[in-house]
Ligand binder design. Structure first.
Ligand SMILES: Cc1cc2nc3c(=O)[nH]c(=O)nc-3n(C[C@H](O)[C@H](O)[C@H](O)COP(=O)(O)OP(=O)(O)OC[C@H]3O[C@@H](n4cnc5c(N)ncnc54)[C@H](O)[C@@H]3O)c2cc1C
Length: 451
């Protein structure tokens, strides 16, 4: 009853696409996405993508990333990311990605907690520019099959070895698919929160499945809140006002119209200050003025942001806009090594769903597109160099055999809402558990100091 591929890639954002493009044409690849191809967070990235501009930038890039991450980063992962950055940018440009330039030279912008300008950008739609070019390349490859509106429900795993996935197709059919290797590139967890900048269908499914199947996770409580999203009373995805807006000179005001903070603090610290100010003022937002940006014509530099604000009733060149912190990014995830290998054989994870330790406790702005690309490429290389016999899945002719072999029972997946509700609950409980552990450790530490 199974279909077979060499590699299954779950997710069609930058991580999934870049990995697929680094596998050779003679590998049969299945890529699936829960939504349409344009519905990934990779399309939403506004600010840009970091790069090591020149050799001398290495130390400060490293230090900025470590400082933002509260020195909880895995240094060797940051090193790999920085040292691979120029190659990745070159590859993107070869695929046709255009970054802002002046007189033939690349332009670099800056965001919070960066000590220098090192971020390449394409207007304020850098993610769309990169991801649509990667998808165009994917479409050209005859060895890659892409299925949209198709959801990974579970993995087929036995004896700590992944042998494929169970997916629900756009027509609602449950289908097991066998592969020698599986890559999770399923993005973040914003969909499990009420206020998030992420697509709501990004509900951390890989994490939920990892919890069910005993795949190791890391730092699940490291959830980044973005300090400035457009305040709205409506439900749904929160619109991000990119950090580069503040990097280019926008300022924050309290309800009296006074500046109350250094706008370029790392995200977690700025978020704390904004929440403190909102409490003090008794408001649900603070104000952001883009009228203080004097280096550029704001409509030219941030066309997408200006347009979205206009649609919400704000003219950014004439008035301040209300902003509020929202869930934005997930630093934790499925624990992986430098080659994006998880704790389960033949199962890899890359992009926001994984944790290779690059971001530590807090992500430095514009490091995530880069990190996703670098470690997706490394996953592809590891899959290629990996050993291991082909999966034995041909033995499963029906659901009874699937249950015997992989513990997969058809009835568990029939009510999708109930099933994913269970995964969401498990993830939120795991986050809570970790937070409690941190609090307990801190309180023990403080008691020991006093004692
Ligand atoms: C508003 C916004 C602005 C940002 N700005 C920047 C920026 O300027 N610079 C920067 O570096 N980063 C930025 N980021 C972060 C960055 O965009 C993401 O971290 C990165 O794109 C993640 O890529 P990914 O491939 O891991 O995941 P995504 O691009 O989110 O893709 C996830 C994919 O997995 C699929 N999927 C999920 N679950 C399943 C399932 N069960 N079955 C099948 N498919 C599934 C989804 O449908 C999707 O195709 C921003 C993020 C947001 C939300």
């Amino acid at each position: 009853m199974e279909e077979k591929y060499d590699v299954i890639i779950v997710g069609t954002g930058v991580a999934g696409c870049f990995a697929a493009l680094h596998l050779p044409d003679d590998k049969s690849i299945l890529m699936i996405t829960k939504g349409e191809l344009e519905e990934s967070d990779s399309f939403l990235a506004q600010g840009g993508i970091c790069v090591q501009k020149e050799e001398e930038d290495y130390e400060s890039f490293m230090e900025d990333t470590l400082r933002a991450g509260h020195y909880e980063n895995r240094r060797e992962s940051v090193d790999v990311m920085i040292r691979s950055s120029r190659d990745v940018i070159r590859e993107l440009m070869e695929y046709g990605v255009e970054f802002a330039q002046k007189d033939g030279s690349l332009l670099y912008t800056r965001e919070g907690a960066h000590s220098t300008n090192r971020i390449l950008y394409h207007d304020d739609i850098t993610g769309k520019e990169i991801t649509s070019h990667l998808l165009n390349q994917v479409r050209k490859r005859k060895n890659i099959t892409v299925l949209t509106r198709t959801t990974m429900m579970d993995i087929l795993a036995r004896e700590n070895r992944c042998e494929g996935i169970l997916m629900k197709t756009s027509t609602g059919d449950l289908r097991p698919v066998i592969a020698r290797d599986v890559l999770w590139a399923t993005g973040g967890i914003g969909g499990i929160y009420d206020n998030s900048t992420n697509y709501p269908h990004l509900t951390g499914d890989a994490l939920g499945i990892a919890l069910r199947r005993g795949v190791a996770l890391e730092h699940v409580n490291y959830v980044q809140i973005h300090p400035t999203t457009l305040y709205s009373q409506k439900k749904g995805r929160r619109f991000l006002i990119s950090e580069s807006v503040r990097g280019e000179g926008a300022v924050l005001y309290n309800k009296k119209g006074e500046r109350f903070v250094n706008e370029l603090l790392p995200r977690d610290l700025l978020t704390k200050e904004i929440l403190k100010q909102m409490k003090k003022d008794g408001t649900q937002y603070v104000w952001l003025s883009m009228m203080t940006i004097t280096r550029h014509d704001v409509w030219k530099r941030f066309p997408n942001i200006c347009q979205k604000c206009r649609e919400e009733g704000y003219e950014v060149t004439k008035e301040w806009i209300p902003v509020v912190p929202s869930q934005h990014y997930f630093m934790g995830g499925v624990d992986v090594d430098l080659s994006s290998r998880t704790s389960m054989k033949h199962l890899y994870a890359a992009g926001e769903t994984s944790c290779n330790g690059v971001h530590g406790a807090n992500r430095l702005a514009s490091n995530s597109l880069l990190e996703s690309l670098v470690f997706a490429k490394r996953a592809a290389c590891a899959i290629l160099s990996g050993t291991g016999e082909s999966p034995q899945g041909q033995g499963c002719r029906d659901w009874r055999e699937l249950e015997r072999t992989y513990g997969i029972r058809q009835k568990d997946y029939e009510n999708e809402e109930h099933y994913f509700g269970g995964l969401k609950k498990a993830i939120l409980e795991e986050i809570e558990k970790k937070n409690r552990e941190v609090e307990e450790n801190e309180s023990n530490h403080n008691q020991a100091k006093c004692g």
